[in-house]
Design a protein around this ligand. Structure first.
Ligand SMILES: [Zn+2]
Length: 286
């Protein structure tokens, strides 16, 4: 029964348990999220310590239980997302992404696509790509795991794919300007925000390098996604509140960073990939 298995995994969260132990939630590639009981972690030279820090990926070897607590015996290939670990802003975004993963699927649910998607998001963030854009893409694509699949690709009324769009709950997706009158209670979102939400719904993380957004566009996107989450997901994560608050003090801590002030350009290019990396998954979370 206690056969050892191994799997790649990402640390989702870690908390102290009793005096010297920890409960660590790991998103494993081969068996979904699981809670692990790690003993004596506060001892010096506990070999597992670096592998269970937040924002770490490793291969975890141990006993994986389908119910109750699992155990780690050893680890290999430990990879820390060091930049995220060391930067309070990045850890804010990273924590939020991981909390979304935790909220979106059940423990023990096999979901390698979401595993890879999460891994990519953290990797990108760690490499210095825009954490807000990475987060927005994550939020939009993970909606599917909450059982929500808005129509982004075309007007939900007539199929139009070009022009200005708004979001309509009534039609469960975007509607083109010609059909705005059909839903007076549409979101009245900034068309630029809807433009980028549509792009983000189908983009893969390899293609985000060239996207640079102005602060006001970012704010409009934030508003749109908040409205979607409020309406369809309805969870209020502490980590989300933290990044919202962070906005008000981040420029105080980073006053010198944008000295050169290169003009912000926004790349406008509609993603051509029809499918998001996540929508290919047949094991939909309902
Ligand atoms: Zn239309």
């Amino acid at each position: 029964m206690s056969q050892l298995v191994e799997s790649k995994g990402l640390i989702i969260s870690s908390r102290n348990y009793k005096e010297k132990d920890k409960l660590v939630k790991i998103f494993t590639e081969s068996a979904g999220k699981m809670m692990f009981y790690v003993k004596g972690i506060h001892r010096q030279n506990q070999p597992l310590a670096p592998a269970i820090r937040p924002f770490t990926q490793a291969v975890y070897i141990g006993t994986f239980k389908s119910e109750g607590l699992s155990f780690i015996t050893s680890v290999k290939d430990v990879h820390a997302y060091r930049k995220i670990q060391e930067d309070i802003f990045l850890s804010g975004y990273g924590t939020y992404l991981l909390s979304l993963v935790d909220a979106a699927i059940e423990d023990h649910q096999y979901d390698p696509n979401l595993f890879h998607f999460t891994q990519q998001a953290l990797e990108r963030m760690n490499q210095g790509d825009d954490a807000e854009i990475i987060t927005n893409i994550f939020e939009i694509q993970i909606l599917q795991r909450f059982g929500i699949a808005p129509i982004w690709t075309h007007c939900a009324v007539c199929g139009e794919t070009q022009g200005k769009f708004d979001y309509s709950s009534k039609y469960g997706g975007v509607i083109c300007e010609r059909h705005w009158s059909l839903d007076p209670r549409r979101y009245h979102a900034d068309p630029r925000a809807v433009y980028f939400a549509r792009m983000f719904s189908a983009i893969s993380y390899e293609r985000i390098n060239g996207i640079h957004l102005k602060e006001e566009t970012k704010q409009a996107i934030r508003q749109l996604i908040d409205q979607l989450y409020e309406e369809y997901v309805g969870i209020h994560l502490k980590s989300k509140k933290f990044i919202d608050q962070m906005k008000s003090w981040e420029h105080v801590l980073k006053p010198l960073e944008k000295k050169g002030d290169a003009p912000a350009t926004e790349q406008e290019e509609v993603a051509e990939e029809p499918e998001s990396p996540l929508s290919a998954d047949p094991t939909d979370h309902e």
